[in-house]
Write a protein that binds this ligand. Structure first.
Ligand SMILES: C[S@@+](CC[C@H](N)C(=O)[O-])C[C@H]1O[C@@H](n2cnc3c(N)ncnc32)[C@H](O)[C@@H]1O
Length: 348
């Protein structure tokens, strides 16, 4: 087999598992050389695929928000991620990033081997499967985007056509994409330079697609930029602030976990001002929806509730986000969902 033979991408796990040891190793080596010469398997979407993904998202029925929570499909996620290639190199806590695993020769070989071993039905070395494997390789963790379908559900339930929606930590554009697929005027604030580039590029691309909504991205720190925004300008404030220092989105000074290195300083310097400014910027009767990661990660729901109430918000409740876990990673864990949630408040 030629060292950079594309055929290796069309071998399923089952087929590979039937090979003898030497042939298996040869295929792993061949896939390894293919990916070394091609580079990281970033999403690649052509104009037609972008148009199709956008259409699918905007036609998707809006998911109900129930007592048990809100579950959104992954429609639109690939499109949002496509504009944020930087996501793959972000460090989460002490874990390796998918980018680091890919660029380590030993780990890349092991990742390909593992992929063919655990997924008999998949093409183990193709871009989609390799991305999945790099995200879930032992000792690795990656950041995730906010599901555009869940964003649509929140936007549908808590805002109306032509409303202004403010997102003070715009992240990887899941909420921007959701808003653009509906008639909303989205304003996002984000300090991370590569993310701002990706968000603006999504905006241009979706505008070319004839997006229903409009948007604007303000580059900077929420705690500074929000002070400059007019009072009562937003009908809904909906965001996913950093999980303190759990995810290290970039090493720029503007990152809140770098500006405020202890959790107490972070609460005082970032979280409190942002929540207080939200109170000022939101119209009366408007909702304030904050995504938290839950579990052991900061900020604690109780801190957000306490600061929200002190700022004058009425706490409405917690909407669990029913995001399924990757089953093979959690064989002994009965909890099928991540502990993420949206805390919902109202300006009365
Ligand atoms: C939870 S993450 C976003 C990832 C997330 N899952 C999403 O919604 O796409 C939080 C975001 O806050 C941004 N951030 C960090 N410091 C900030 C600051 N001072 N002001 C506003 N946003 C900040 C990070 O760059 C990151 O994009």
């Amino acid at each position: 087999m030629n060292e950079i033979d594309e055929n290796v991408l069309r071998v399923r796990g089952r087929e590979w598992q039937a090979f003898g040891q030497r042939k298996k190793a040869r295929f792993v080596e061949s896939a390894f050389h293919y990916w070394r010469s091609t580079g990281f398997p970033h999403y690649e979407l052509g104009r037609q695929e972008i148009a199709r993904e956008y259409r699918n998202l905007s036609r998707q029925p809006v998911a109900a928000i129930q007592e048990t929570g809100v579950a959104g499909s992954t429609t639109g996620l690939r499109l949002a991620n496509y504009f944020q290639p930087h996501m793959w190199s972000v460090r989460v806590s002490r874990y390796l990033s998918p980018h680091e695993v890919f660029h380590n020769d030993m780990m890349l070989r092991a990742a390909i081997h593992r992929s063919w071993t655990i997924w008999p039905d998949r093409y183990g070395a193709n871009p989609a499967t390799l991305r999945r494997m790099l995200k879930t390789y032992p000792g690795t963790a990656s950041v995730s985007n906010f599901r555009p379908t869940v964003a649509r559900s929140v936007l549908h339930h808590f805002s109306q056509d032509s409303d202004t929606v403010l997102d003070f930590s715009a992240g990887y554009g899941g909420r921007l994409l959701g808003a653009l697929s509906m008639k909303r005027q989205y304003i996002g604030i984000e300090p991370c330079t590569p993310q701002v580039t990706g968000l603006r590029s999504m905006l241009t691309s979706m505008t070319e697609q004839g997006a229903s909504g409009s948007g604007e991205i303000l580059a900077g720190c929420a705690e500074d930029v929000m002070r400059l925004l007019p009072q009562s300008m937003a009908h809904l404030i909906f965001s996913s602030p950093p999980y303190f220092n759990w995810e290290r989105y970039s090493d720029e000074e503007s990152q809140s976990f770098i500006k405020y290195s202890t959790y107490e300083d972070w609460k005082q310097g970032f979280l409190e001002p942002v929540i207080c400014q939200s109170m000022r910027i939101l119209k009366k009767g408007g909702k304030f929806a904050v995504n938290i990661s839950g579990g052991r990660r900061k900020p604690d729901a109780s801190d957000v509730r306490e600061i929200g109430s002190a700022a004058g918000f009425r706490y409405i409740g917690c909407i669990p986000l029913l995001i399924t876990r990757v089953p093979y990673l959690h064989p002994r864990n009965d909890v099928p969902h991540k502990p993420e949630a949206i805390l919902l408040f109202e300006k009365v």
